[in-house]
Structure formats: C-alpha cells, structure tokens
Ligand binder design. Structure first.
Ligand code: ADP
Ligand code: MN
Length: 176
C-alpha cells in the first residue's frame, strides 16, 4: 500500500507543468519530482527523432518499466505532456493544465519552435487533445482541469493539489 499518492501534471507544452511541479516540490518536499524530459535524457530513453514534429521520440515501454518501480513506492509527481502510458492502478490524480490561446501564443513564441511545431501545440490546446486523452485513459473522477493563465492560478492550483494530497494521505492511512 502506498503512503503517498502519485500525481501526473500534464498539459500542452507551455501550459505550466514544470513551474507547477517546482512549486509543488516546495509545498510537498516528501514527494519525488519526475520531469520526464530530464528522466529520458538521464536514462537514455530516446528512440529517434520525429522530423515532422521536431521532437524526440521516447521508448515508452522502457520508460514505463523504469518508472513503475517509483510509482509502486508512491509519492511521484510526473511532469509530462503524455499522460496515457502510465499504469492506471498506480495513478491517483491527473491534473490537466489549460491556458488561453493568447497567453499560450506568447509563451510558445519565446521558445522559438519551428512554425509547424508552434501551431501544432496551439491547435492541440484549442482541441483539448490532452484533456480528452486524460479522460479516456483514467477514471474521469481523478482527472481535474485547472486554468494556468497567471500567478494567482499557479498558487491556487498548487494549494488545491496540496490539500488534495493531504486528504489522500488521511484517507489511505492504514492505521486510521
Ligand atoms: P510546460 O512545462 O508545461 O511546458 P512551463 O512550466 O515551462 O510549461 O511554463 C512555460 C512558461 O510559461 C514559463 O515561462 C512559465 O514561467 C510561464 N507560466 C506557465 N504557467 C504560468 C502561470 N500560471 N502563471 C505565470 N506564468 C506561467
Ligand atoms: Mn516543462
């Protein structure tokens, strides 16, 4: 039985996954932060490069194999735009961050992505691709959609996630 919950923070690139996870790490120091982009580099989980999408492909089977050890222990915060590959039984909360088109436009402009990659991400956010993916892959009851437009959103989202985690810990305490 896990003592700490596993949380996925997902969303279109630029919606604020990493900045949320950094704040969550401060609020919940016992949790383990797993930025999958970094994890893939550390463990050499790359599986080629997709020229059309201009993005690194990942050996998802190997990634899940490696991460499952961590997830079994509990207390992981996963930061990645792909959410459907993780074992359903080991995930307790899926946070899908959302950002208005204007703001996402400005944030992605700063990344100097190639035009196609830039527009693919804007389209993906408008079409709610990741939100739908999350709802199809997990019990919709554990999927929450949170706005990530400004600093107030960031702070209130992280406080809300922290409160949820505290409650999860109480609800799952074997000794209670
Ligand atoms: P992701 O990890 O989802 O690609 P980041 O966390 O890197 O996104 O955020 C992209 C940029 O947008 C960063 O400069 C970050 O500071 C800013 N940002 C994201 N969400 C917010 C927010 N809710 N309030 C203020 N700035 C934000
Ligand atoms: Mn990021």
């Amino acid at each position: 039985m896990r003592k700490l919950p596993n949380i996925i923070v997902t969303g279109t690139p630029g919606t604020g996954k990493s900045i949320h996870c950094e704040r969550l790490k401060e609020l919940m120091p016992k949790m383990t932060y797993r930025s999958i982009n970094e994890y893939v580099k550390e463990h050499s989980l790359e599986d080629g490069f997709d020229e059309e999408r201009q993005s690194t492909m990942v050996d998802e089977d190997k990634l899940v194999d490696l991460l499952t050890g961590d997830l079994d222990k509990g207390g992981c915060i996963i930061d990645w735009h792909v959410c459907h590959i993780f074992p359903e039984g080991l995930i307790d909360l899926v946070v899908v961050l959302r950002t208005s088109t204007n703001r996402l436009f400005d944030r992605l402009k700063e990344r100097n992505y190639p035009e196609k990659k830039f527009m693919d991400n804007i389209d993906s956010e408008i079409m709610e691709i990741i939100l739908n993916d999350a709802r199809e892959s997990y019990d919709p009851e554990i999927v929450i959609e949170l706005q990530s437009n400004d600093n107030d959103d960031l702070e209130s989202n992280c406080q809300r996630i922290e409160s949820w985690a505290k409650q999860w810990i109480i609800d799952n305490d074997e000794n209670a």
